[in-house]
Design a protein around this ligand. Structure first.
Ligand SMILES: NC(=O)C1=CN([C@@H]2O[C@H](COP(=O)(O)OP(=O)(O)OC[C@H]3O[C@@H](n4cnc5c(N)ncnc54)[C@H](O)[C@@H]3O)[C@@H](O)[C@H]2O)C=CC1
Ligand SMILES: O=C([O-])CC(=O)C(=O)O
Length: 372
């Protein structure tokens, strides 16, 4: 019996992710929570002829506690995605439109207004601009998890992942229920993109399901470090320019989607695929399957011994870092070291670390200053 929960289940990621979890034969119960539309999404999914029993709740009538009760895995794609120039105000809108979102922070409904901006502004927007809104959403949902499902495995998708994972950790710590082995930042989309782009470079997209490239660091821009030298399908004939272009495409793959969607949001379908793949691995591991390894952004506290080796490689301790994680019955069984990397990769990691440290500190400070 496995109960999977999606918080933010009515959103662009939430709906296809819920669909994929409903289709996962290991999932027997699916709890969906959002501030809008969850009963409809749940009713729709419930007609699919797979074993999972589906329930959808809204914030009223203790919806969050009902959804989280008995959860084994909680996936969080709740939050605002990158769009051209998002601003937010506490004034109710005169008229709701396609360009209007609402959210709930500190139990108040907040309306997010999309203001028109030039494409250049849109591309300049980085995930950290989502910080203030998403930090509040994730903090409140983490408080719910701490209260109603403190033993669940928590998979954080909401951006900026580099900061939202420390936020969840700090909230769980404040409630005395933090187990670093159970908290994961989902960086699988970077891995999925790497497999696809490397297969494309080989001129054979059917290789995409086989290509494995570890992606380490974090999940935004330069903190995303693909270790192409460790690819299962190496590309030895790439020129330096081609190599740099490929790294950049993986690091900024999110921009490609934001730009192509032209204001309608960021990656949702590929993210749902990636989130479902990672959730499936976590579920399989706690059901007893061995040998499951995947990159994920986790705390160094999850495996002190593994993290010590990683620290040696990085040249300093970084509190949260994505590297190949061995999954087990209790979540994170082992943090694997990076292994042999090239000088170019070492330089990418050097550039990633200061940015990561800044992002981690923003997350921790957000909770500590709030004095929950
Ligand atoms: N980790 C990753 O690789 C990726 C992360 N993302 C991030 O995922 C998040 C969601 O993206 P989309 O699904 O495209 O956004 P969306 O706007 O389509 O959906 C977000 C959902 O969250 C819900 N929500 C807002 N406040 C909530 C609250 N307090 N409790 C529960 N639900 C709440 C909204 O009602 C909405 O249904 C964004 O932060 C985005 O940046 C997106 C792509 C990749
Ligand atoms: O770029 C964004 O804002 C969404 C995201 O995290 C990604 O696509 O990797």
């Amino acid at each position: 019996m496995v109960k999977a929960v999606v918080l933010g289940a009515a959103g662009g990621i939430g709906q296809p992710l819920s669909l994929l979890l409903k289709c996962n034969p290991l999932v027997t119960e699916l709890g969906l929570y959002d501030i809008v539309n969850t009963p409809g999404v749940a009713a729709d999914l419930a007609h699919i002829s797979t074993p999972a029993k589906v329930e959808g709740n809204l914030p009223d009538n203790d919806g969050l506690s009902k959804t989280l009760k008995g959860a084994d895995v909680v996936v969080i794609p709740a939050g605002v995605p990158r769009k051209p120039g998002v601003s937010y105000s506490r004034d109710p809108p005169v008229r709701a439109s396609a360009n209007m979102w609402s959210t709930r922070i500190d139990d108040k409904v907040i309306f997010l207004n999309l203001i028109e901006m030039k494409e250049a502004d849109m591309i300049d927007e980085c995930r950290d601009d989502l910080f203030k809104i998403n930090a509040g959403i994730v903090r409140d949902l983490a408080t719910g998890i701490a209260t109603y499902s403190p033993k669940a495995f928590v998979l954080v998708i909401s951006n900026p992942v580099n900061s939202t994972v420390p936020i969840v950790a700090e909230v769980l710590k404040k409630h005395g229920v933090y187990d670093p082995k159970r908290l994961f930042g989902v960086t699988t989309l970077d891995v999925v993109r790497s497999s696809t782009f490397v297969a494309e470079k080989h001129g054979n997209l059917s290789l995409a399901t086989e290509v494995v490239v570890p992606v380490v660091g974090g999940h935004s821009g330069v903190t995303i470090v693909p270790l192409l030298s460790q690819s299962s399908h190496p590309l030895p004939n790439l020129s330096t320019t081609e190599y740099e272009a490929l790294v950049k495409r993986i690091q900024f793959g999110g921009d490609e989607v934001v730009q192509a969607k032209g204001g309608a949001g960021s990656a949702t379908l590929s993210m749902a695929y990636a989130g479902a793949e990672f959730a499936n691995k976590v579920i399989k591991a706690f059901k007893g399957e061995k040998g499951l390894i995947a990159p994920s952004y986790v705390s160094s506290e999850a495996d002190r011994e593994g993290a010590a080796l990683l620290t040696k490689e990085l040249g300093k301790e970084v509190a949260y870092f994505s590297s190949n994680i061995e999954l087990g019955l209790g979540g994170i069984a082992k943090i694997n070291p990076l292994g042999k990397i090239t000088d170019a990769e070492r330089n990418l990691i050097k550039a990633a670390i200061p940015e990561l440290e800044k992002n981690i500190s923003s997350g921790v400070t957000f909770v500590v200053e709030a004095r929950l």
